[in-house]
Structures are given as C-alpha cells and as structure tokens.
Design a binder for this molecule. Structure first.
Ligand code: GAP
Length: 441
C-alpha cells in the first residue's frame, strides 16, 4: 500500500524524534532505565498538543452536535466482551520466528522476502499471535481470573448501547463517542509513535437504520476528512482509500482509511468502518440481553447498524508534527520551524522582553498575564533574542511579542509572525486584538 515518499525522507523522522525530545514534546518511556519498546511519554509541550487534538475532535464530534453522547468506560472489561466481539479468536497477526542466528520475531505480512531481515536466516511458518494484553483480576493468577486490556474503545459503546439509549432521550440515528487508552501487543511496532503498544483512540459508534448505513458512511468519511484538514493538515498529504475485501476486519461490511503521506509512504491515519449489526448481534447472543431498538409509536424493532470513525490521538499528533516540520535557510543559517496551525500549537503567543532588566521584564510580565486570559502563552527572558525566536519557531508558536526599550516610551511591542518572520509594531492596548486577528480567532 505504501508509495515512495515525496520530498520527505527517513532523515526527517529522525530530526523530528530528536526535536520532540529536545524541546519536551515526547520522551521514550522510562528512559533512565534504557526505555521500553514502543511506549512513549508526553512532556510539557506534548501534553497541550495532545489535549488540543482531543478537544478539537470532542468538540466537533460530540459537543457541537445534539445527536452524539459521550462515554468513558473501564479499560478492563468482562472477558466475555472480547469473546463475543471476536477479538479472542481473530484479533491476531501472523508471526514468524527467525530460525537463524538472531531469533527475532517478525510480522509475516510486513516482510518483503522469506528470510530474516536482520541475519538473513530462514523463517518459521507463520502462526497467529493474539495482540491483546492479558493480565489477572484479583489475587489469584489462574485462567478463571484472566482479563484483557482493551485493544479498542469501541466495545464499551456496544455493551452500553442500551444504557445510553435509555438515559439520553436519543433516537436512531445517534452516536456514542469515547476517547481513551487502548493496548495492543504489536509484533512490529515502530516509526516513532505511529504504532505503539499503548496509545489513545478517539472512536464514535454511529447507530443508524440498516438501509442508511452507506449514506452515513460517506457522511462520516467527508466529515472526518474536513476535520483533519481543519487541523491544518495539507490536503495533498491526505487521501481516502477503500479497503480491498482481503483487508476488511472480521466485523466490517466495508471500510475506508483516511491515509496520510508519511515519509515511509501512505499509511492509515483513521479507519472508517461499516460494522453492520455485527457487534450488537454478537453481544445480544452472548449476553442474552435484548439490544434491539424499538422505533417510537410502535414502529419496527431491529438491531441498528453501525458506522464507526476511529482515529488515534498519537497518530494524529505524529501527522501534525510531520506535516508542520520545515527547514529553510534564512540569511545563511538553517531555520527549523514547526508550522503548526494556531488551534493546535502548544503556545499561541510568546512574550519576550529584549533584556532581563526589570524595567522590561515587569511590563512584559503584565502583558503576558493579560494575553494569557485569551491565548496559550509562554514567557521567555533567558537567552539572546535570536535564540529565543529559534526556540519558538521550533516549538511552533505562531506569534512572538517582543518588548524592547522603545516600548517604555511608545507603549507598543513588536509582533513577529513565525511563518513569514514579518514584524509589526502594535500598541499595548491593541495587542490582544492584533493577536486574535493573526491567529484567526
Ligand atoms: N475500533 C476500530 C479500530 O480500533 P483500528 O483501525 O484498528 O480500528 C483505529 O484503529 C485507529 O487507532 C487507527 O487508525 C490508528 O490511528 C490508531 N491505532 C491503531 N493501532 C495503533 C497503534 N498500535 N499505535 C498507535 N495508534 C494506533
């Protein structure tokens, strides 16, 4: 499925990983102990970026509508859930072992040839490896206490379908949405935070009439594409790709991925699936509970069909960082800049007094406190102004406000725009309005 990257190479990913660590976006988990494979921690700048992604999705999919309800489920659920959903039997990838020197394990469908990529040794025949993490509930570690960490948030919405229906006054069509952690013991994680073993999903189950599912499927494909572009992702780096019949998940009647042009080729960013009544039907059979929907005024009774947009917070963050990362030469010097959309940038406005002298720091602090009421702000009086601009460029801050010695006379500061580096002098009393206008708010 992947194509040759255009204009972005693997080196770009390495640069981004290094920037993410150096500037406090993303650290390897438990780093002082040598890290742990495919697990990551988000630092002071990664947290606001993640939060903005979550908030933007939640606002669009839940709060801005009157037909979607929110839910937060426990991560560990009754293990019967995962039997009924089909995950115990089918949520697996083909695993091969290297029979040569290195004994590494590989995901068979990710390999190009039939030899071990590391030592060129022969490989075992593939066997299915279930991706769910298993643990034990309570003090006894036997099979009767075995439970799973959820591999998707979706099942929480299905098993709570009746709870939400009965408590919310919703009628078909309506949705139930959830943002939360999921866990998969991926055989071949990698590409930074693209595929990890613990990640966060934003999923919505849209319950509709069976005859309507195709129409809603198209609706949600368009909606999600528009949302991603609204986050600032370049349209030429996004595409909608229908699944081939061989690719479809065990529950899906049809599906499309919104793919992003990653440096290693096109890859899934979001999956939008037509799940039919697969989940409700299986949970109804396994639990013995009636999960049908009765139309008002004694209409027909049926199991609703489901359309599901499902996207990872982490994968969205990675995409935003890759899409925004740019390098250019400015007056003979290399400038690295994250051209993040103002709605996701960790800071929107940085306030920088030209010197650390109290007569500049104090008014700059006051300005920052005023701007903080409306914008996400940063204050920095540490190094030379050039280095501070470079830092703000690298962390994606769209505007920097510099307070200099002239400010004491003219009660004005300089706004510098990250992308154009254009500078404009603005009176203190006009600063908030000028920032608002430039940030598009
Ligand atoms: N409920 C359907 C479902 O989970 P999926 O395509 O397996 O579908 C949805 O996952 C999204 O979750 C993916 O498009 C991706 O953004 C994210 N995702 C899945 N596995 C991931 C992993 N190992 N690491 C990071 N993100 C992952």
């Amino acid at each position: 499925m992947s194509e040759a990257p255009t204009g972005m190479g693997e080196a770009r990913v390495d640069q981004l990983v290094s920037l993410a660590k150096r500037r406090g976006f993303i650290f390897p988990s438990s780093e002082i102990y040598g890290g742990i494979n495919a697990l990551w921690d988000y630092g002071p700048l990664g947290v606001p970026l993640r939060n903005r992604v979550r908030q933007s999705w939640w606002r669009r999919v839940v709060e801005a509508r009157d037909d979607v309800e929110g839910l937060e489920c426990s991560i560990i659920m009754n293990p019967k859930v995962w039997v009924a959903s089909g995950h115990v039997d089918t949520f697996s990838d083909p695993l091969v072992d290297c029979l040569g020197e290195c004994h590494q394990r590989w995901r068979a469908d990710h390999l190009k040839g039939d030899r071990c990529p590391t030592c060129q040794g022969p490989l075992s025949p593939p066997r299915q490896f279930n991706l769910m993490f298993k643990t034990f509930l309570g003090p006894v570690e036997d099979q009767s206490a075995a439970v799973y960490l959820r591999p998707e948030t979706a099942q929480g919405m299905f098993v709570n379908f009746k709870n939400v229906l009965n408590t919310s006054r919703q009628r078909i069509p309506f949705g139930i949405a959830q943002i939360g952690r999921s866990f998969r013991n991926e055989i071949s994680p990698g590409n930074f935070i693209f595929r990890s073993r613990e990640f966060e999903q934003m999923e919505m189950e849209w319950f509709c009439e069976p005859e309507d599912d195709l129409r809603w499927f198209e609706y949600w494909c368009q909606d999600q594409m528009a949302w991603l572009q609204g986050l600032g992702l370049r349209p030429e780096n996004l595409r909608l790709r229908p699944h081939t019949p061989q690719e479809l998940s065990h529950y899906a009647k049809g599906a499309s991925d919104i793919e992003y042009r990653f440096p290693w080729g096109w890859g899934e960013l979001e999956g939008i699936a037509r799940r039919g009544d697969y989940d409700l039907r299986h949970h109804q059979e396994a639990s013995g509970r009636d999960l049908t929907y009765l139309e008002p005024q004694g209409g027909r009774r049926y199991l609703p069909w489901v359309v599901e947009p499902a996207i990872g917070v982490d994968r969205t963050v990675l995409t935003l960082l890759l899409d925004a990362y740019d390098e250019e030469e400015v007056r003979g010097e290399r400038r690295a800049v994250l051209r993040l959309h103002p709605s996701v940038a960790p800071y929107q406005v940085a306030v920088l007094p030209l010197s650390r002298k109290p007569e500049l720091v104090e008014p700059a602090r006051r300005l920052e406190a005023a701007l903080r009421r409306e914008f996400a702000t940063d204050f920095d009086d540490t190094q030379s102004i050039g280095r501070r601009y470079r830092r703000q460029d690298e962390i994606g801050t769209p505007l920097a406000v510099t307070v200099d010695f002239d400010s004491l006379q003219d009660h004005a500061a300089t706004i510098r725009e990250r992308d154009s580096m254009a500078q404009v002098r603005v009176g203190f009393d006009q600063l908030a309005a000028a920032c608002r206008e430039r940030l598009g708010g």
